[in-house]
Design a protein. Structure first.
Length: 410
């Protein structure tokens, strides 16, 4: 929105406006500051309202997990649905600092709103009806898969999607360029630039530390690319949701992962940096970085109240949407595996639940972990909650650094 205001002031009223305000780097910084200040300053009012509405956290019962119920019993009346505060801060940053004509802006906004509503309904049902477990697993997964599938259809079959929607056959997706060195015989290498179509771009699978795609899922293999997009978005959404079990754990990890993806979005948007780092140039990809910085700032501000002892929890309203936004961002940047590397904590937490369920079902009710997700396993071993959170943050930071290092070592 401010981009249009700056354009009006500069080109219509002919006022001298610093061009730095239109730079992606500047807008990324201001988006982070906006998200941070929004959550910090509105946090007390929001928490007070949630207490008035008696929106308290539900705790698993003594019959289900005796030790966990004992450890977390004091959190029972702590307000949840704090994700509304985080998502509001992100959308406010989006309106202020992002280009509202960019397709990236609308995709990310839609992901935030759709998954935020799904998580909000889940939280509401748990709070409104006693002993309710919220939206059923099948319905929740169905909604996540449906959203992911629609996005995958748009990205992999843009011409068909646009025709169905009554638009032109050409996609409005930004230009993606691949820069290739075709000759190194001279002192200055010869570089050839190839423009990729949206379909060609989305059919490629990239791995950290490798500059070239390891797979190109074209032709009949496009169905695998379709399922891959669904897996990444749905898996990321649920993985963050599973990690959100201790004070500040998910929010702290989200800050680190979003900063990594924001950095990749920024360098991918800069043609000289992209050439130097041997990565794809994605025109307008910096918009993704602006939104991710808004996410990082909002989560950092939320930590002001969510750190131990938490005054508020994000609930499914926040965790499902925030995980989904990370997944969508990774898909748009073609950094899906990088997301798994930078977000290793989320991956391990999700795997611990899958392993526990499979072991219980197929090994005569034997468990691999004392309690799942993994952070509860360490609580059962006697680790204080703060120690679990800080150590998980340290591990998350380590993998975030490794993910950033992959930019250079490829």
């Amino acid at each position: 929105m401010l981009l249009y205001l700056l354009y009006y002031l500069g080109h219509v009223l002919h006022l001298k406006i610093p061009s730095a305000f239109s730079y992606f780097s500047t807008r990324m910084i201001f988006a982070a500051i906006t998200g941070l200040l929004f959550t910090i300053f509105l946090g007390p009012y929001f928490i007070k309202k949630l207490y008035e509405w008696k929106v308290g956290q539900t705790i698993r019962t003594l019959e289900e997990v005796p030790l966990l119920a004992e450890l977390h019993g004091k959190k029972k009346d702590t307000p949840t649905m704090g994700g509304i505060l985080i998502l509001s801060a992100m959308l406010f940053s989006l309106l202020l600092w992002m280009d509202l004509s960019s397709v990236f802006t609308w995709i990310l906004a839609l992901a935030t709103i759709v998954l935020g509503i799904l998580g909000g309904v889940d939280d509401y049902l748990k709070l409104r009806y006693k002993n309710s477990k919220g939206v059923s697993f099948r319905v929740k997964m169905g909604c996540q898969i449906a959203f992911s599938a629609l996005l995958a259809l748009y990205l992999l079959f843009p011409s068909v999607t646009n025709l169905v929607m009554g638009g032109a056959e050409e996609s409005h997706f930004p230009v993606v360029k691949q820069q290739m060195v075709v000759s190194e015989s001279l002192k200055k290498p010869i570089i050839e630039i190839e423009t990729l179509s949206l379909e060609e771009y989305m059919e490629r699978i990239y791995l950290p530390f490798f500059k070239d795609p390891v797979l190109i899922l074209d032709g009949a293999l496009k169905i695998i690319a379709f399922l891959w997009i669904i897996l990444v978005i749905t898996g990321s959404s649920n993985a963050v949701n599973l990690t959100d079990g201790l004070d500040g754990l998910a929010a702290g990890c989200l800050v680190m992962v979003s900063l990594v993806l924001a950095l990749f979005a920024f360098v991918s948007n800069h043609i000289d940096m992209a050439r130097y780092l041997n990565i794809l140039y994605i025109e307008g990809g910096g918009e993704i970085g602006v939104y991710l910085m808004g996410l990082a700032g909002a989560c950092l501000g939320f930590l002001w109240y969510n750190g131990y002892p938490a005054q508020i929890f994000m609930g499914d309203t926040g965790s499902l949407a925030l995980g989904g936004v990370l997944g969508v961002s990774a898909v748009l940047l073609k950094r899906e595996v990088l997301l798994a590397l930078a977000g290793a904590i989320f991956v391990v937490e999700a795997l611990s639940v899958i392993i526990q369920v499979l072991s219980y079902r197929y090994r005569n009710k034997k468990r691999v972990f004392l309690c799942a997700p993994l952070h509860h396993h360490f609580e059962y071993k006697g680790w204080p909650e703060t120690k679990v959170v800080i150590r998980f943050w340290i591990v998350s930071l380590l993998f975030a650094i490794i993910a950033i290092a992959s930019l250079k070592f490829q």
